[in-house]
Design a protein around this ligand. Sequence first.
Ligand code: PMT
Length: 229
Amino acid sequence: EPVGDKAVKHWWQGKRVLVTAGPTQEPLDPVRYLTNHSSGKMGYALTKVLAGMGAEVVLVSGPTALDVPQGVKEYISVVTADEMYQAVLRHYSSVDAVFKAAAVADYHPLNKSEQKIKKDAEEITITFKKNKDILKALGERKKGQILVGFAAETHDLDIYARAKLQNKNLDFIVANNVSKEGAGFGTDTNAVTIYDRWGGKVDVPLLPKEEVAYQIVKVVAERHGLHKE
Ligand code: PMT
């Protein structure tokens, strides 16, 4: 079924959906930060598809080079994992579903230098502190929301994805095999496996991210009977 198929356009009509996208940046000093290779393409593709199917999308995005997708209801720009945590938690009680495609930094430099770090020393040591796990916090506070997590894995997808699904009290987890050519960070295409809490598993082959997004929202909609409404 092609993206934009008229028959499925209304699946998410009347639903409020929170999507997170992109990387976070964790500052070391006024000119440097720690980040990852997420481009935001996967989360923006999800936003576009969901909005096209009638959802009111709140997009919480880390820094990306992408334009704000058309049809987005509310766009919230954040930089750090902590800012993303605050924004997501603030909107959580008002949404029906969350798609957490952002690649949140797991650690931040414990001390941000107020001044630019000088290159006098031959070696420097930076201490990192763990960031709060946003998805875990959502799982703990769940009141009927459909919770869709993502996982970037290089091996043993089945084991790690199912463990995250259970530990974080998710309904679905979309596992990317980021070691596969053309899948994962930065690319225009992706290949994923969608696991659900009821033991189901759907493989989505290498396709443009918008097609992958369509397959993800379709699996979720069908599981929750939204396609019949
Ligand atoms: O942005 P693109 O270039 O299009 O790439 C897309 C993608 C590969 C980034 C995306 O498809 C993806 O897999 N996103 C999740 C990447 C990730 O951070 O995986 P993880 O296994 O480290 O984290 C698992 C889940 O926990 C994620 O949903 C993440 O948002 C969430 N998390 C992680 C850490 C943290 N402190 N809080 C979180 O909520």
